[in-house]
Design a protein around this ligand. Structure first.
Ligand code: C5P
Length: 309
């Protein structure tokens, strides 16, 4: 007989939206999207440890073990909500767990770090509690938690529709895509960015969102040059309206040799598509810009949430 598992560690990736097309607002406050999600090798880790009693608790630190500002340590934390939701549907209302988050993904940065934590918590708790949940069942739970959580489970590259939760995986050809990501010293609120977009487009007709099929073909064939010409983000205009300095940083990265630069999701993190040999130059140039808190060279696609220990 094997001893019961007492701790499970799961990693989950950040995402960049290679294209983000936003439709008009819906009555539920969300917007219909058409997006191409791309997971990158920038992971948060979640360790779920069994505890006596029914409490679900969370602690948050960065990759060096230092405190992280801006992430709630109560039941509003998306990883805690994921654990609570899983134990409810699994019929384990008294299962307690402590979640230790090790965050590398920028907070409130438009790279879906909170969603990655929720996806990792789902996988970790499912293993810890031996719920026997299928990936499909976890994906259904994920969709209730947030629009980006299902993709953090899936990883790779996928077209997302609906609120972003309906996913169609893409098989992306080599080579890997190289990115320099640059995060800001202060986050942007996703609802605020969507709100500004609605205001900016109030007088314009907003067509139903659609992904340019040429981007899908370029990704499948590994045509990096074409990918660079076809990436776009409808939220960029709104993020730049809220944070005009981002435009200067985008220009600095492009001048330093990036093939493309775009706001990641609702921002303020910026993602620059680079060639491997120009990554260091772009990273140096962007890191010098005011308001840039950190830069990192990452590649994608990366796999979805998976157990590492
Ligand atoms: O699903 P999630 O909690 O990540 O979304 C955060 C907020 O972003 C929503 O409350 C909504 O204001 C906005 N949003 C949206 N349309 C989407 C996804 C998010 O308007 N498809």
């Amino acid at each position: 007989m094997t001893a019961a598992t007492t701790a499970v560690t799961v990693r989950a990736p950040a995402k960049i939206n290679l294209s983000l097309r936003v439709g008009p607002p819906r009555p539920d406050g969300y917007h219909t999207l058409a997006t191409v999600f791309h997971a990158v090798h920038l992971d948060d880790l979640v360790t779920a440890t069994a505890v006596d009693g029914a409490a679900v608790t969370v602690e948050i630190a960065d990759e060096h073990g230092d405190p992280v500002a801006g992430v709630p340590a109560d039941e509003s934390n998306l990883a805690v909500r994921a654990a609570l939701r899983l134990r409810e549907v699994a019929g384990l209302p008294t299962a307690g767990v402590h979640l230790a988050l090790r965050k590398s993904i920028p907070v409130a940065g438009g790279m879906a770090g909170g969603s990655a934590d929720a996806a990792a918590a789902l996988v970790a708790c499912a293993e810890l509690w031996e719920t026997g949940s299928t990936r499909h069942q976890l994906a259904s739970l994920a969709a209730v938690l947030g629009a980006d959580v299902p993709f953090a489970l899936l990883g790779g590259c996928a077209v997302g529709t609906g609120r972003g939760e309906h996913l169609q995986p893409l098989s992306v050809g080599p080579p890997a895509l190289h990115w320099v990501v640059a995060w800001s010293d202060t986050g942007l609120s996703t609802p605020a960015v969507f709100g500004v977009l609605d205001r900016l487009r109030a007088e314009r007709p907003v067509p139903p969102p659609q992904i340019d099929p040429r981007l899908v073909t370029a990704l499948e064939r590994g045509l990096v040059g074409a990918v660079g010409m076809l990436v776009d983000n409808d939220l960029e205009e709104a993020a730049l309206d809220l944070r005009p300095a981002l435009a200067t940083t985008l220009a600095a990265g492009r001048r330093a040799g990036a093939r493309a630069g775009l706001v990641s999701g609702s921002g303020p993190t910026l993602a620059f598509l680079v060639d491997a040999h120009s990554a260091a130059r772009v990273a140096r140039a962007v890191a010098r810009e005011p308001g840039v808190a950190g830069v990192r060279h990452v590649t994608g696609p990366a796999p979805g949430a998976a157990r590492v220990a």
